[in-house]
Design a protein around this ligand. Structure first.
Ligand code: NAP
Ligand code: GFB
Length: 323
């Protein structure tokens, strides 16, 4: 409908990692809230292995993006990180350097990278805020991923200082929603619980929750995160990162989340905890004060409702879901 109209400020927005949990949510929200001067391109690893410098340059040469939302990464839950800290470090450093350097070479006006609240120091005061990114070692379970992500903030400031580039980053808490990775070894906790609850329902067994169920987390629904990403693309003009999180009052325990997933599946055989499995970081309570200063009235989807929608999506898409 818009293609015949020329917009001087037309944005060509390259979304790396466009086929993942967050990428698919941005696709959905950018279609629901489309703007005439915005054209989105959603990349998958099939378009290019972004660890490869030449393949990454070829993508920039092909699409000549004016803006970049950089999501592509080696991503996984606690147990995947604990087994592959080196791969998380090396793969993410390679991907990030290729994206940011080509964003500079192709004159990208704004690049937004995605960090994570797990990168903050493990020994810290709470709530965590954006000024604490580099204040001491991260939790040992995910140091590879964490240092690679921290380096993005360093790279953003270096490109700004040396070339005046406008590269920034967002720091979401744990994300969940449709199109997640449900692999029982590699996944995050919510898709892992959803997959296990699906099997428990089928087999008439209890839902097995790894660890004690006591650790605390803030979870953001992928669709809410996607709406905030579009706001950052259109309105946020700092180089410094911004935490994208629900309020501290919405922090929940793993045990409470597991009960919500069990209820969403109407499981009849309850929940059991496997304390032989690690708990990981006890908590990473994040302040969204900076976000609330910009968007005091932003409405997050009620957690229970978002869990139910995520469960329904998995049940409806079980055959094709990433497992
Ligand atoms: P995801 O579902 O695992 O998706 C990862 C995406 O990256 C996929 O599109 C994948 O492409 C692409 N990708 C991976 N390796 C690649 C490579 N070598 N070359 C090109 N593309 C590659 O991840 P997500 O959960 O959406 O995460 C998106 C971003 O949010 C990441 O930067 C992650 O660190 C960050 N984050 C996630 C969470 C969370 O809880 N999930 C929390 C905080 C921050 P294919 O589909 O082709 O494999
Ligand atoms: O999402 P998750 O794997 O990672 O959550 P983190 C781990 C917590 O959930 C631990 C418990 O306390 C686990 O004991 N848990 C219970 C489970 N059942 C399960 C299950 O079936 N699967 C999983 N995975 N956990 C990650 C970082 O930390 O946070 C990543 O390692 C990334 O790098 C991600 O940043 C957002 O929240 O502990």
């Amino acid at each position: 409908m818009w293609e015949h109209i020329w917009y001087p400020t037309r944005k060509v927005i390259l979304v790396t990692g466009g086929t993942g949990l967050v990428g698919q949510a941005i696709k959905r929200v950018s279609e629901e809230d489309s703007r005439p001067d915005e054209e989105f391109i959603f990349l998958s690893s099939k378009d290019a292995d972004l660890k490869d410098a030449a393949a990454t340059e070829a993508v920039f040469e092909k699409y000549k993006p004016t803006h970049v939302i950089h999501l592509a990464a080696m991503v996984g839950g606690l147990f995947h990180n604990m087994k592959h800290n080196l791969d998380f470090l090396r793969n993410n450093i390679l991907i990030n350097d290729n994206i940011l350097h080509n964003s500079y070479k192709y004159g990208v006006k704004k690049a937004i990278s995605c960090l994570s609240t797990c990168i903050f120091p493990d020994k810290t005061t709470y709530p965590i805020d954006e000024t604490m990114v580099h204040n001491g070692p991260p939790h040992n379970s995910n140091f590879g991923y964490s240092y690679a992500k921290r380096l993005i903030d360093v790279q953003n400031h270096a490109y700004n200082q040396q070339y005046g580039c406008h590269f920034t980053s967002v720091i979401p808490t744990n994300v969940f929603g449709e199109h997640d990775n449900y692999n029982l070894e590699d996944s995050h906790v919510i898709p892992g619980l959803i997959h296990k609850a699906y099997l428990a329902k089928k087999e008439g067994k209890p839902l097995v929750v790894y660890g004690s169920g006591k650790p605390l987390r803030q979870f953001i629904y992928s669709v809410d995160l996607a709406k905030l990403f579009l706001w950052v693309l259109r309105e946020y003009n700092e180089i410094d990162p911004i935490i994208l999180s629900v309020d501290e009052a919405n922090e929940v325990s793993i045990g409470e989340v597991a009960q919500m997933v069990a209820d969403a599946f109407q499981l009849e055989h309850g929940i059991v905890f496997d304390s032989t499995k690690a708990d990981g970081q006890f908590k990473k309570t994040a302040s969204n004060k900076k976000l609330r200063q910009y968007l005091p009235d932003f409405q997050f989807t009620p957690f229970k409702e978002a869990i139910q929608q995520s469960v329904n999506w998995f049940v409806d898409n079980y055959e094709n879901a990433r497992k």
